[in-house]
Design a protein around this ligand. Structure first.
Ligand code: MSP
Length: 644
């Protein structure tokens, strides 16, 4: 990682169908791909990140017709929303490929032609049960009660001539290949799954649909009565974006390609694609990394169930970095995870607001007050400093090991180990105490330099994962170099730089429910929960300290010169009180007389418009138009009765 060697790194995401908007699942793949690409750039690698959209097929043509626009207009629009979403999420893709682009069609046709000429494709007759919803044939084994297992709709028997790719002949080669190169498909469970699939005979792959049935696709170069079908079109994006066969990009990046996918599309990537590559004389990819599925409420995300988490919803609410952190930290790469907003808020508060935010805030607060100075080298050690530097080195090695395996959760855990060590360093060196003792100034300065070094280190290692926060940290410590792992090691900083205080990097969320209901916009710069007027949770004991009592309104009058206030005389049973309430715009003085309301009886008295108010009347109000309603009892209770 610290070497000067420049190596190329090419990473792809799946290209997403344009029949749905981007959601959490798409966002996860794209975010981890982005973190991986940023990490490789940080390590100095020549990095290329590709994403894009998959735009052909019946479903898309139907969706366009339903929207009353041409397929091209429709795909332009939805593909545009994917692009926008990734831009707003700060995704740093180097290219965005669309299967409707000329550069892609050209390569698909060239590969088809190559395979046709090599005798790898033939025209065959096929009869089968077809589902128009899925755009595929089902085998007898897959059919449930004569219906499509996915749509539960009747299937249509279709017999037609189609072109087939001779995939079956690659079965033995593929089994051998997967066994000989165990590192290609990761994590291991997915390699085993593929070897399991390959125990059954591999069929030839139908690669076309007649244009009479499917118009929206790429025509076969050797028979334009047909278009290519789904995977033959889609998979080729990985090389069309590199200008196969003789583009510079292809030469540079293809030998270093890693595909990243969700487990749903394992089979096309681990079976069809290697066979297609082999037949076309293209090297098989270096690695296929497969992640699990996000479930919501224990089940699949689905429009019908209404539990689709839109890609941007949470980023919008809690900030992009918090969203990135949560999805990477929560999901064990390769396994399924359940998504919940409570878990999100839990991590945000514990890991981001507490561990990271507090450290940055404490350290920058101390450093802002410190005098910038160059310390005499070598620095004499303060107890714990060497250990902290060692922890930084260990964190970098931990990140490196984890990222080789796409284990984002472990990479973050390694950085959080270091954060723990850094927080302990502040606790044990107690710089605020050192600052009070002029005799210990030297020691204080060395601690300050180490804290600045800690922040500088974090501004680099956090960059792939929390790019926004990392940049703020670098700005706070005046580190304007392009972040690079080559500069990460702690110990090189011999001075106390000028530092600006950085607090509220990740404000605590105290009541996500409240935020949800009010739909308050939020970003990483949203006000802290307290500023936003949200109460932190209270214990039952806290609540019991508020004395709520039933009060009968005996009299009411307007307060002179005030539009808002009414002066109420209320009975609490044993005593009468005067309460000034801000309800005059909603209630005429006579409206409440005789009613039983609820008051805070132990509120500190306050003077309002010269009148001593001895309590507060409870009322609810809407936030937008301020409509207000006083709480009244729906059954009789004597004045003075306690409310709890
Ligand atoms: N167009 C094909 C892929 C062609 S690639 C040559 C396709 N598109 S898709 O829009 O359905 O996207 C599938 C991908 O989205 C998954 O592989 C995964 O990356 C992501 N996810 C979609 N739903 C997901 C979850 N619920 N959880 C995690 N990721 C999921 O298939």
């Amino acid at each position: 990682m610290y070497s000067d060697e420049v190596s190329a790194f090419y990473l792809t995401t799946p290209i997403y169908y344009v029949n749905a908007q981007a959601h959490l699942g798409h966002a996860y793949t794209t975010i981890v791909a982005d973190a991986m690409a940023r990490y490789h750039r940080l390590a100095g690698d020549d990095t290329f990140l590709l994403t894009g959209t998959d735009e052909h097929g019946d479903k898309i043509a139907q969706a366009a017709a339903a929207a009353g626009v041409s397929p091209q207009e429709y795909t332009d629009r939805i593909s545009g929303t994917f692009r926008d979403t990734w831009r707003r999420l700060g995704i740093t893709n180097d290219d965005f490929i669309r299967t409707t682009e000329g550069r892609h069609k050209k390569v698909v046709q060239a590969i088809l032609q190559t395979l046709w000429e090599a005798g790898e494709i033939y025209l065959g007759r096929y009869g089968g049960h077809y589902c128009f919803g899925c755009e595929r044939f089902y085998t007898e084994k897959e059919i449930v009660d004569g219906k499509c297992p996915d749509h539960q709709t009747p299937l249509t028997w279709i017999e037609e001539e189609n072109y087939f790719f001779k995939m079956s002949k690659y079965q033995a080669w593929l089994i051998d290949y997967v066994q000989q190169h165990p590192e290609r498909i990761r994590p291991e469970r997915y390699r085993n799954e593929i070897l399991g699939f390959l125990r059954d005979p591999l069929q030839d792959l139908s690669i076309s649909r007649p244009r009479t049935r499917l118009e929206w696709g790429i025509p076969l170069p050797f028979d334009d009565k047909y278009v290519t079908y789904v995977w033959f079109d889609a998979l080729i994006n990985y090389v069309s974006a590199l200008d196969w066969p003789d583009g510079d990009r292809f030469r540079r990046y293809w030998p270093n390609v890693r595909h990243l996918i969700g487990k749903d599309i394992l089979k096309p990537h681990a079976i069809y694609w290697p066979c297609m590559l082999k037949a076309a004389g293209i090297d098989v990819y270096r690695h296929l990394f497969v992640h699990g599925y996000w479930n919501v409420g224990g089940g699949k995300m689905s429009k019908t169930v209404g539990n689709v988490v839109e890609a941007f919803a949470l980023a919008d609410k809690y900030g992009i970095d918090a969203f990135r952190y949560f999805v990477m930290r929560e999901m064990t790469f390769g396994l399924d995870s359940d998504f919940s907003e409570d878990a999100f808020v839990g991590r945000l508060n514990a890991d981001l607001a507490n561990d990271l935010g507090n450290l940055v805030s404490r350290a920058t607060t101390l450093l802002e007050k410190a005098t910038p100075a160059t310390l005499p080298a070598p620095l004499a050690e303060v107890a714990g400093t060497a250990e902290l530097r060692a922890a930084a080195g260990e964190a970098v090695r931990g990140v490196q090991r984890a990222m080789e395996e796409f284990a984002f959760q472990r990479a973050l855990a390694a950085i959080w180990e270091f954060l723990g060590a850094a927080n302990r360093y502040v606790d044990s060196t107690q710089p605020w105490a050192l600052a009070k003792d002029p005799a210990r100034r030297g020691e204080l300065n060395r601690v300050m330099a180490t804290l600045a070094d800690t922040l500088r280190f974090l501004g680099i290692v956090l960059d792939p994962f929390l790019p926004g926060a990392a940049q703020k940290i670098r700005v706070a410590v005046n580190d304007d170099r392009a972040p690079s792992l080559a500069n990460a090691a702690m110990g090189a900083l011999q001075d106390i730089p000028r530092v600006q205080k950085l607090s509220g990097l990740f404000p605590r969320i105290d009541d996500p429910g409240k935020d949800r209901a009010s739909g308050a916009p939020a970003s990483s710069s949203r006000p802290s929960a307290d500023q936003a007027g949200q109460a932190p949770p209270v214990t039952k004991g806290d609540f019991d300290r508020v004395e709520l009592r039933v009060a009968e309104v005996l009299a009411a009058e307007a307060v002179p010169k005030s539009k808002k206030l009414l002066k109420l005389t209320v009975s609490l049973g044993a005593e009468q009180r005067t309460i000034v309430a801000g309800i005059a715009q909603h209630y005429a003085p006579g409206d409440l007389v005789g009613k039983k309301v609820v008051v805070v009886a132990n509120l500190e008295p306050a003077k309002l418009m010269g009148i001593q108010s001895q309590g507060m009347v409870l009322a609810g109000s809407t936030e937008d138009d301020g409509a207000l309603a006083v709480l009244v009892l729906d059954r009789d209770l004597p004045p003075g009765a306690r409310v709890r």
